[in-house]
Design a protein around this ligand. Structure first.
Ligand code: GLC
Length: 479
């Protein structure tokens, strides 16, 4: 069994509580004027990330793809889509990132391929078929089965993303080769997509009616079912073990859409799982505290409060709470994932404007705003999605401003690496979230009213706001 104690042993900069910066390559930086971000653009901006002090980058998928799900529909696991660059460009990016002490994580999508992956034609038996649909639905709603000829194939996501059959040893071997291929190129770890969907009931039986709540938000139609057959099969450990066997000691972080209490098999093989209880918690002291408590019963939580599927800190928790939310994210123990643009407090775009992603997630994916120009410095061409408000917030303006969100996040990251071991949740008055990390006490005022600092707090070493005590929406790190 893998030893999860030193997950970052392979990183250039070994740090205890790493900050992993999520790059959504399409929207990070365009270098060739086609309006879509690319790997060259990432290389050009590595200096920003080194300055910010993050420990690693995670690249959302960069593989060849018809882009039905913007890269989460992979048609070749061992190459780079021309829109993003080339393999040589990725090699160079890995080399330069390592030179700056930044680890590199790729996004592996093992549950499904693109329907245009040659495997779908050449090896139909690597996929999951049924004569008639059962009652399983996709993550986006609607039946998870699409008819092709006289049979139906399974897709847990879009119909363009047929599910692989991980009970077929040839599939396991082919995907193990994919992990080895990238490790040989110097990658340090992987974010593993939708991993709770990897293995299903071998007989593909209907999901029975739900007997108890799932523990995380679901669509109303999903919540009526127990979801015990369509995902998270009891023998999941075997498939996860095969991934670990191929990945050696690389960092493996699983996107496991399950409450932390059910992470057991995943953490036997992976280093960490995204704590969806915190990501889904409303900005209320009690709910945040419960989510942290649940997710820290055992070590292995990877913290994430914003990403390309759920939206940004400043929109999800409200602009007034963006700094406090960043403080929470970046003072919890274990890997923390910071979504590109959140370091300058970017907001989501308007809902329903572009309709490129059928699940309505475009608004979370607008480009990073590097400067105040209309294109935000993202591209010299026409951006695939327009920047939201580059004149109001951008990296260039914030870089020279010690009162900016960027300066605040940089300071948080610097402080993070000096926080003590473990985490002790403190009993604070209603509306305050307070916890101890060694010598430090962190207090966040989740209410709309000012609050006094609790007795446990020491001297303020970093604050979201310049004021005494705890104004509304404020947070402090004290020592
Ligand atoms: C993950 C990704 C999401 C994608 C889905 C299917 O949840 O984060 O963007 O649509 O998997 O691959």
């Amino acid at each position: 069994m893998h030893n999860p104690r030193d997950p970052l042993a392979r990183f250039g900069a070994v740090r205890r509580d790493p900050v992993v910066y999520q790059i959504y390559p399409r929207s990070f930086q365009d270098s060739d004027g086609d309006g879509v971000g690319d790997l060259r653009g990432v290389r050009d901006r590595l200096g920003h990330l080194a300055e910010l002090g993050v420990d690693a980058i995670w690249l959302s998928p960069i593989y060849p793809s018809p882009m039905a799900d913007f890269g989460y529909d992979v048609s070749d696991y061992r190459n780079v889509d021309p829109v993003f660059g080339s393999l040589a460009e990725l090699d160079e990016l890995i080399r330069e990132a390592h030179g700056l002490g930044l680890g590199v994580l790729l996004d592996i999508v093992p549950c499904h391929t693109s329907i245009e992956h040659p495997w779908f034609r050449e090896h139909p038996d690597w996929y999951i078929w049924r004569d008639r649909p059962n009652n399983w639905s996709t993550a986006f709603g609607g039946s998870a089965w699409t008819r092709l000829g006289d049979r139906y194939y399974l897709h847990s996501f879009y119909p363009e993303q047929p599910d692989l059959d991980w009970r077929n040893p040839e599939v396991v071997a082919a995907m193990q080769d994919v992990f080895r291929f990238w490790l040989d190129r110097g990658v340090d770890g992987f974010r593993i997509d939708a991993i709770d969907r990897l293995l299903k009931d071998p007989e593909l039986r209907d999901d029975p009616p739900a007997a108890e709540p799932f523990g995380l938000p679901l669509r109303a139609d999903e919540a009526r079912l127990a979801l015990t057959n369509s995902r998270n099969a009891p023998d999941m450990g075997e498939a996860l073990g095969a991934i670990r066997a191929a990945a050696g000691d690389a960092l493996l972080i699983g996107e496991v859409y399950l409450p932390a209490a059910r992470w057991g098999p995943y953490l036997q093989h992976f280093d960490a799982a995204f704590a969806f209880e915190l990501l889904q918690a409303p900005w209320e002291a009690g709910a945040l505290r419960r989510a942290i408590e649940e997710s820290t019963r055992l070590p292995g939580a990877a913290w994430v409060m914003s990403n390309h599927d759920f939206g940004r800190l400043g929109t999800r928790f409200g602009e007034a709470n963006a700094r406090a939310a960043a403080m929470l994210l970046l003072t919890l123990p274990g890997p923390a994932f910071l979504y590109q643009g959140d370091e300058i407090g970017q907001l989501d775009g308007p809902p329903g404007e572009s309709g490129l992603d059928r699940a309505g997630r475009d608004r979370y994916r607008h480009p990073v705003q590097w400067d105040a120009s209309p294109s935000g410095g993202f591209t010299t061409g026409t951006p695939w999605l327009p920047p939201v408000d580059p004149e109001r917030r951008n990296v260039e303006a914030q870089r020279g401003d010690p009162a900016s969100m960027l300066a605040f996040v940089r300071e948080l990251i610097r402080l993070r690496h000096g926080l003590g071991d473990g985490l002790e949740l403190l009993d604070a008055e209603p509306g305050l979230l307070a916890y101890r990390r060694g010598e430090h006490v962190i207090v966040i005022n989740v209410t709309e009213e000012p609050r006094p600092l609790p007795a446990e707090a020491g001297d303020v070493v970093l604050a979201t706001h310049e004021a005494d005590g705890l104004p509304p929406h404020a947070g402090v790190v004290t020592a």
